[in-house]
Design a protein around this ligand. Structure first.
Ligand code: NI
Length: 514
């Protein structure tokens, strides 16, 4: 049988015009009744490299952007709102790129914000970015991370991230990986986790087979090889699901292995994509692989499970340039408009409220809390706490805590003393950290709106805490433009808990985060 197959192959190489299946009566070969054994590789077909999906933003999907000229790294990526675990794989990959670039540049990474007009409102993935040529992604020294959406069905997002590093004009890293985030199961998967290990030989042999057919060879003799695990790992890490629920794997241009060389292929000129029908790979998939295919088949548009507001999401302020906007002396009838702006700009803020106003504005307080903003304590009646007797200080703080708890069910865990007036005694009685500010916009002076905007956006630095008041009309009027400009400078707008790494410190006095 072997000899027969070898003969057929030899003939086919001599004459590519031979019909694809030789008549079984051909010649005087003993194996006339031979039929090709069913071999799964026959189902593999060469296909187009799948296009990425148009960027689509759904509630809970957060577009990120890093532009860092010190360490020389740019990154675009998507996170999903929610737990830290849900974005672990993505953030790990970004941090790996950062570390790599720190080594190359010799400059430690620090989140960086930029001058007005830096254009960093444009965040997240750009369609087709991960399949562009190296030169289209980056030409200068440094590292770029770009992303594409490759899967957006049901509760699962598939994102391909490509890291390209150039050192001294030469490409030192160019690696893409596709991550699937199942927001229902609250888990991340590398695309290679679609496959069981037993799939390796199958996918590898399919490549050899497809390439052989490309060379004009007949396929009655099926190639079986020994997978080049390193090559294959990279390939499987970028598995995507095609329109007909087939699995598509792509071998990059330049792929070369001794095995391909023995087929007469020194290296692949252009990338080679192979489609593998679901039916022939079903027993090679993991549970997640089946979940992904089922999700694809259901054809329900992307809708992330467990949506959380930005203020409730994990934000890595060591990676992103965070800034905390704070609003004092409310809540007021102006607060809802400010909340609208934060919802639009995917940001979170902190509201230091007066206990005496809480009950009459309980609706807006509850809304602010439910939309992920932090509600903190600004005393009951806005007295200078350092001038009050200890019992009075305690009641100013505690009454406010109680009033807030009665509305939102959470006790404030930080306070801002009125006028910023605080001493050891007040801190001791409050039993909470005092959060002051490093950028005072003096909005109570009622400056012209343009002037007020300048005060906020020009003085804000990474880690800053900005003081405004949600009781002044000009503050409410300018918040939209302020947030637009701050995001354009690259800032991520966070509340004070996020600013301090997820929770405020236990005690002490803070003007900014360092
Ligand atoms: Ni105040």
């Amino acid at each position: 049988m072997k000899r027969f197959a070898a003969l057929v192959l030899a003939l086919s190489l001599l004459d590519p015009l031979l019909p694809p299946f030789l008549p079984l009566s051909w010649g005087n070969v003993e194996a006339v009744s031979w039929e090709p054994e069913p071999w799964p590789g026959l189902d593999a077909e060469r296909t187009e490299e799948p296009a990425s999906l148009a960027p689509q933003m759904v509630p809970g999907l957060v577009a990120q952007r890093i532009h860092n000229t010190n360490t020389n790294i740019d990154a675009r990526f998507l996170t999903v709102s929610g737990s830290k675990e849900l974005n672990d794989s993505t953030l790990k990959l970004i941090w790996e790129a950062v570390s790599l670039q720190e080594e190359a540049s010799g400059v430690n990474y620090m989140p960086q914000a930029h001058a007005r007009g830096a254009g960093l409102n444009d965040r997240g993935c750009q369609e087709g970015e991960t399949t562009r040529s190296q030169k289209e992604i980056r030409t200068a020294d440094g590292t770029s991370v770009v992303c594409d959406i490759v899967f957006a069905r049901g509760a699962i997002l598939g994102q391909r991230l490509r890291v390209l590093q150039i050192v001294d004009g030469s490409v030192t890293k160019d690696h893409a990986v596709t991550l699937y985030t199942d927001t229902e199961e609250n888990k991340n998967y590398l695309a290679s986790e679609i496959w069981q290990e037993s799939a390796y030989s199958y996918v590898w042999d399919s490549l050899l087979e497809v390439l052989k057919r490309d060379e004009g060879a007949l396929s009655l003799s099926l190639t079986t090889g020994t997978p080049d695990v390193e090559v294959l790992q990279n390939v499987l890490e970028n598995t995507v699901i095609g329109e007909d629920n087939e699995l598509i794997v792509t071998f990059a241009a330049g792929t070369k292995t001794p095995e391909l060389a023995s087929l007469g292929i020194e290296e692949i000129d252009d990338s080679v994509s192979i489609s593998l029908p679901e039916s022939s790979v079903a027993n090679l998939l993991t549970d997640f692989g089946h979940t992904l295919l089922d999700t694809a088949a259901n054809d329900v548009p992307l809708g992330l499970a467990n949506f959380t507001w930005p203020g409730n999401a994990y934000v890595d302020c060591k990676l992103l340039p965070c800034l905390a906007m704070t609003y004092d002396d409310g809540p007021s009838q102006l607060t809802p408009g400010i909340l609208d702006a934060y919802a639009e700009y995917e940001g979170s803020a902190t509201f230091f409220v007066l206990g005496s106003l809480v009950e009459s504005h309980s609706d807006v307080l509850l809304r602010a809390h439910e939309e992920g903003h932090v509600i903190a304590n600004h005393s009951w009646s806005h007295e200078d706490l350092t001038s009050l007797k200890p019992e009075r200080v305690a009641s100013e703080i505690n009454q406010t805590n109680t009033a807030v708890f009665d509305v939102i069910g959470v006790v404030p865990n930080s306070f801002r003393p009125p006028y910023g007036a605080v001493n050891e005694k007040v801190l001791e009685i409050a039993k909470m950290p005092a959060i002051l500010w490093d950028v005072d916009t003096n909005d109570w002076q009622k400056p012209a709106e343009g002037e007020l905007i300048n005060r906020v956006v020009d003085d804000a630095k990474v880690g800053s805490i900005v003081l405004q008041h949600d009781i002044h009309q000009n503050t409410a009027n300018t918040v939209w433009e302020v947030l637009e400009i701050l995001r354009g400078r690259g800032f991520t707008l966070v509340n004070v808990e996020q600013l301090f790494g997820g929770e405020v410190p236990q005690s002490g006095l803070y003007r900014r985060a360092d």
